[in-house]
Write a protein that binds this ligand. Structure first.
Ligand code: GAL
Length: 966
């Protein structure tokens, strides 16, 4: 096996489109014989021989990622996760001697139809394989996520064929496949035998454009026999190469993905394929699809399955694409390789704009100042150009693909330009994308990742910094701008999505972005005692790894939406609904590029503390694509307005679609305010001195600490001032060294070790009546910075109010996590009901999906089970009631947020996986007056200034607040 070749694969057929023909296919997926060796030297010899005895080999399913199967794990194979860094020395084209080799063997019989000519197709083998059929070497596959086809016409027989694949985990081409994901070797996509006699159609290229109401169709057919192309629905029959103009076609778009079935017929076969009429152009720095400017509301999608690795059953792909559509996502970047081809069929059918990305990333060379970077070394050019050729040819007939991407994070080099030229030469009808070369001289989009809001705004205005080369500068300024990655969905977050969407709406040049990333790559794992968790980097003992950086998705590895996805749905809403404050009108903005609102129905509902009390339907909401209109709300809706009530207008699907049922909610708008302000507590009862402590109405205070220890019979410990939170991934930032990250600043300042000392405790009798004034000095070990916290307590006999005043002194780090009060309550409280924003979590720069209303949840339901535990579950309220064990405790006050957990923040912060969290028998309640936003610094910019909690900026109402307990 030649593992150090930088050449393209060997023995493979020229690339072509994937299509299904009447001549037949035979799937060779299934149970294969398998043997894992730790190195090529240790691998058995002679396995290609037909009579080789493999009876003592293991069995493995094909397709599979072998590291997720016991038969390989038993022999030491394990998943390895690295982001940028290669897990082996950077010594191209060589790879380590320790190089797991997976030998695969299959015996199969085949039908008559394959004997007059056939092709064997491997849709994906990671990383390289030598292939033999019936003892004869067919060649070598290279390019893990691209198909390789071999001509097997001369070799097949009806029975007892022996197919052998020797797969190596590492080869020279590993240097081209350094994507941020698990390294997972194996035959991970389908293996198919395809009947292909000489007379068969070799390739098909459909050109179906659309402009100004007219469709244009031309189909190239590579065939030795005459062929005809028929589109029955359009009454069209044409010859290969013939162009027809059709004035009665419906164009294809992600909003209305109209496909037409076409049949290509020769004397020996029939091929059916689906055609979408779609033209992409760049005009005035905008991307026009069928003449309309489009905003890409996208996500980056990797292929990952928590149990199967890089093998994703079609049903899973289908359900995740539906889930995307249900969350208003209209675009996918296939980061960072061509996907399983089924995804593209589904994208055509369900409606997505796709950036199809080549299987190429050389990011790890960046750690070595890009020395010997393959994209800049001539010896690699044939292999790189060949990769592009294979992707474009495989996928050229998909209307969903509007753009070819050369790859990801390869730095700069002439080979990239050669790839771009190659793609253009094959298919000039789509745009070319590559992010890593900001001069953008050979691409059609100016693309960046994680650019901050203010820089993106400058680009929107066309006043970004110049490139060094004036010609490149002029070219780039004429390009639309796209964020191929933005808002990093790692852990709690991403914060600040709204600000980007506002820019996309405002500046035509900003054509949208792709959230990083759709999916977490957790691997489902079990502890010895059977508890399940998602593993991340390092959990398999990899000596070099990047920890939980692989857990950064809008959905979990098993496709459960994280709060970020729920928020994104609102941010990506295709229709904006604004209800006037007096409930008299509704302003509707139609943000679709093509669709009117006929496919939606609109209803309204009014709700107060007692529940929903009025509702109705809004007739006649007709607003054209791109338009806005203000309509009167029905008089019953306007009349329903009262204190403590909320009006919600909802847009739903009026009928079933391929991706959701009738009634599915698209978006909503609201006005009103849940919960009227609570009446103020007057100080009516005096402080009593008892053996147990100081009593004020229902509250009992410890005279030595000044802390509340009992409230109406419930055991309480608090309040304690809290300015820290269990760091989120975004607090931790990308640079995990303690110096640079926000949470590192907190640690260095020891905010997690903040503690209070009772300074004074005194009774007061003033105009507001009797009360108890407790001043506590909070500080962290080793430092002379303080927060003196004075709480004035008063009670009317039934309730108590705490008036809190904070005074900061000394030098503080630039950010605090929060200003909050911690209470530990006895664990009997297990349900919470609140008036405010819900049902999901919300932080200053997240929670776009949180709506006004009345909500309730169990303590369990309030937790977000992030794979690496961290701050979560905060919700804004005006009024909060805890209940359980027949008791109720109500807190009310100025808008506050709360989080309630069965474990402490310290335990939350220390946990590495969700299973490390165990309830300690108490309910830990935090009532926050202020919180720092979340931002997206796990990769990208941090919290925007408007959402930062900077101690130097605190004043007035930031430092004074009131809380009433009842
Ligand atoms: C980008 C990269 C992605 C991923 C992301 C961080 O730089 O293109 O593949 O690594 O950062 O999660």
């Amino acid at each position: 096996m030649d593992l150090s070749s930088v050449e393209p694969g060997v023995g493979t057929l020229p690339p072509r489109a994937r299509f299904r023909s009447s001549l037949g296919e035979q799937s060779l997926n299934g149970d294969w014989r398998f043997r894992l060796s730790p190195s090529l030297a240790a691998a058995p010899a002679g396995i290609e021989a037909e009579d080789y005895d493999d009876s003592d080999w293991d069995r493995i399913p094909v397709p599979s990622s072998w590291s997720l199967h016991d038969v390989a794990r038993r022999h030491g194979a394990a998943p390895i996760y690295t982001n940028v860094q290669f897990p082996f020395p950077l010594d191209p084209p060589f790879v380590p001697d320790e190089n797991p080799i997976g030998d695969h063997r299959l015996s199969f019989d085949t039908g008559e139809e394959f004997l007059s000519g056939a092709v064997l197709r491997f849709d994906g083998i990671d990383n390289t394989a030598d292939i033999w059929l019936n003892g004869e070497l067919l060649g070598t596959t290279r390019g893990s996520r691209l198909p390789s086809e071999f001509d097997v016409s001369h070799l097949l027989r009806p029975a007892g064929n022996v197919l052998v694949a020797r797969v190596a985990q590492w080869s020279a081409t590993s240097y081209l496949e350094d994507q941020d994901m698990w390294w997972l070797p194996g035959i991970f996509r389908d293996v198919t035998l395809i009947a292909r006699p000489d007379s068969a159609i070799r390739d098909l290229f459909v050109h179906a454009g659309y402009s100004d109401g007219t469709g244009t169709l031309r189909v190239e057919v590579d065939s030795s026999l005459p062929a005809t192309i028929a589109v029955d629905e359009l009454g069209v029959e044409i010859a290969p190469g013939q162009t027809v103009e059709l004035d009665h076609v419906t164009g294809w778009s992600a909003e209305e993905p109209k496909l037409y079935a076409a049949t290509i017929t020769t004397d020996v076969e029939q091929i059916t394929t689906k055609i979408g009429f779609r033209t992409v152009r760049v005009v005035d720095t905008q991307v026009l699809i069928n003449d309309r400017p489009v905003v890409f509301k996208g996500v980056n999608r990797h292929e990952h399955h928590p149990d199967l690795g890089r093998v994703i059953p079609r049903s899973v792909v289908e359900s995740e694409l539906r889930l995307m559509k249900q969350h208003n996502i209209n675009a996918i970047r296939t980061s960072h390789y061509p996907p399983h081809p089924d995804l593209l069929d589904l994208a055509d059918e369900l409606g997505f704009y796709v950036i199809d990305e080549c299987d190429l990333e050389t990011h790890g060379f960046g750690m070595n100042e890009w020395r010997r970077n393959p994209v800049a070394e001539p010896e690699w050019r044939p292999a790189l150009v060949e990769r592009m050729t294979r992707m474009v040819n495989r996928d050229k007939n998909h209307p969903s693909i509007f753009c070819w991407s050369l790859g990801n994070e390869c730095g700069t080099g002439d080979n990239l330009k050669a790839m771009a030229e190659t793609a253009r030469a094959i298919d000039g009808s789509r745009l070319i994308h590559y992010e890593g070369d900001w001069d953008s001289s050979y691409v059609d989009l100016y693309s960046r990742m994680y650019a901050a809001v203010d820089e993106v705004e400058k680009i929107g205005q066309g006043v970004e910094d110049q490139t060094t080369d004036p010609a490149a500068d002029a070219h780039r300024r004429a390009l639309p701008f796209i964020l191929c990655e933005y808002v990093h969905a790692m852990g709690n977050g991403p914060g600040g999505m709204t600000e980007y969407m506002e820019l996309f709406d405002k500046y035509p040049r900003l054509v949208g972005g792709f959230v990083w990333e759709w999916l977490e790559h957790g691997i489902r794992t079990h502890t010895d005692d059977g508890r399940e968790y998602f593993a991340y980097g390092g959990d398999f003992g990899e000596p070099v790894h990047d920890g939980n950086f692989v857990i950064d998705g809008l959905v979990s590895a098993d496709r459960e939406p994280r709060p970020g996805l729920i928020d994104l749905k609102k941010v990506y809403e295709p229709v904006k609904l604004e209800v006037a404050e007096d409930w008299s009108t509704l302003t509707v903005t139609n943000k679709y590029a093509f669709s009117g609102l006929d496919h939606l129905r609109f209803d309204w509902a009014a709700e107060d503390a007692e529940g929903r009390y009025a509702a109705g339907v809004l007739p006649g909401v007709a607003v054209g694509a791109g338009d806005r209109a203000t309509l009167a709300l029905p008089p019953e809706a306007t009349a329903a307005r009262h204190d403590g009530a909320v009006l919600t207008v909802t847009a739903r699907l009026a009928k079933d679609t391929a991706w959701a049922s009738e009634g599915h909610e698209i978006t909503w708008g609201q006005a009103g305010s849940p919960a009227a302000a609570a009446p103020p507590v007057t100080g009516d009862v005096p402080v009593e001195h008892t053996d147990a402590g100081l009593r004020l109405g229902p509250a009992l205070f410890d005279a030595a600490t000044g802390r509340l220890v009992d409230f109406g019979g419930a055991v309480v410990d608090g309040p304690r001032l809290n300015i820290w939170r269990a760091p989120t991934d975004n607090d931790n930032g990308m640079d995990h060294s303690v110096r640079r990250r926000v949470s590192g600043g907190w640690e260095r300042a020891r905010l997690d070790k903040f503690a209070g000392r009772l300074a004074t405790i005194a009774e007061v009798h003033d105009d507001a009546g009797p009360g108890l004034v407790i001043t506590t000095r909070y500080a962290a070990p080793s430092f002379d910075r303080f927060i003196d916290t004075t709480v004035t307590w008063r009670s009317d006999g039934r309730r108590v109010t705490a008036e809190v005043a904070l005074e900061l002194s000394g030098e503080w780090p630039p950010n605090l996590a929060r200003i909050g009060l911690d209470f530990a309550l006895d664990g009997g409280y297990d349900r919470l009901a609140w008036a405010g924003l819900g049902p999901g979590q919300q932080y200053p720069d997240t929670g776009q999906a949180a709506r006004l209303g009345y909500f309730s949840a169990s303590v369990d339901e309030l937790q977000v089970p992030y794979v690496r535990p961290q701050e979560n579950g905060s919700r804004q309220a005006k009024r909060l009631t805890l209940s359980g064990g027949g008791r109720d405790l109500t807190l009310s006050g100025d808008d506050f947020s709360f989080a309630a957990r069965p474990w402490s923040q310290a335990v939350l912060a220390a946990a590495e996986h969700a299973i490390d969290l165990e309830p300690d028998g108490r309910l830990h309640l935090t009532i926050d007056h202020r919180q720092q936003g979340i931002g997206t610094a796990s990769c990208g910019p941090g919290v925007l200034p408007a959402y930062a909690l900077d101690p130097a900026q605190l004043n007035g109402s930031d430092l004074n607040f009131t809380l009433t307990l009842e």
